[in-house]
Design a protein around this ligand. Structure first.
Ligand code: 13P
Length: 262
């Protein structure tokens, strides 16, 4: 199965509109005329979505320049109403958002998002035709206690409850071991490949072999220019969700370039 790689920058709470503009000026000039054959996505903070959309839509890209798609870092599970501080999927659509990161471990651990809420958000995102980047991953304590597979299976089946096979085909899974996020400790390519193969087997159990062969599974957790090639060479790794190393245009570019060459 030939799955297109997808490289997504999760900027987390970094880069307001002016820093977003600076990044794009540099990044767009670097990728001009280069076609990596991979999908490229940027997820800025909500307040920078408008700047990203404006710059990308007014850019005069050369015929060969890659498309960049826009992701949000979260969305509400509700349509509208008295939910102070929340952003709905329809609001995101106005900013040409195509993807939304859901279930990130920081949302789970710092903001109490449980599988059932993540599931509601995934269903809501699909209602609005957004593509969820559905994050899962174990803590170090869970891994050391031998609970890796149980944790991943629970997160996957909880998050995808009542998600149809058709909707699954528009979902990307991001496997992000919590102990590798922002720590500089990357999972070895063997650890990552084993976890990805397991995730794919759970999807096969839930949706069948065909759906499992098609779904794209990104790896996230201290991905850098120096380890992207080795990770992307693994048969079940279909891209990366990148935090810190995607804040710098040159480093994000090198990850895409090195990873896409695999
Ligand atoms: P780092 O690349 O900074 O480890 O972050 C990974 C991540 O959480 C992406 O969503």
């Amino acid at each position: 199965m030939n799955r297109k790689l997808i490289f997504a920058a999760n900027w987390k709470m970094n880069k307001g509109p002016s820093e977003t503009e600076d990044f794009l000026k540099s990044f767009l000039s670097k990728i001009q005329g280069q076609n990596f054959g991979s999908d490229i996505v940027i997820a800025p903070p909500f307040v920078s979505l408008s700047k990203l959309a404006d710059v990308l839509h007014t850019r005069t890209a050369g015929a060969n320049s890659p498309t960049i798609e826009i992701a949000a870092q979260n969305c509400s599970e509700h349509d509208s109403g008295a939910f102070t501080g929340e952003i709905s999927v329809m609001m995101l659509r106005e900013f040409f958002v195509h993807y939304v990161i859901l279930g990130h471990s920081e949302r789970r651990s710092l903001y109490g998002e449980v599988d059932a809420v993540i599931n509601q958000k995934i269903l809501k995102a699909r209602d609005a035709n957004l593509k969820p980047i559905f994050c899962i991953g174990e803590t170090l304590a869970e891994r050391e206690a031998g609970k890796l597979e149980a944790v991943l299976r629970t997160q996957i089946s909880g998050g995808l409850h009542q998600v149809s096979e058709k909707d699954l085909s528009e979902i990307i899974i991001a496997y992000e071991p919590v102990w590798a996020i922002g720590t500089g400790v990357t999972a070895t390519s063997e650890q990552a490949q084993d976890a990805h193969a397991f995730v794919r087997s759970v999807i096969a159990d839930l949706y069948g072999a065909d759906a499992a062969a098609k779904i794209r599974i990104q790896y996230g957790g201290s991905v850098k220019p120096g380890n992207a090639a080795e990770l992307m060479a693994c048969p079940d790794i279909d891209g990366a969700l990148i935090g810190g190393a995607a804040l710098d245009a040159q480093s994000f570019l090198e990850i895409i370039k090195n990873g896409s060459a695999q």
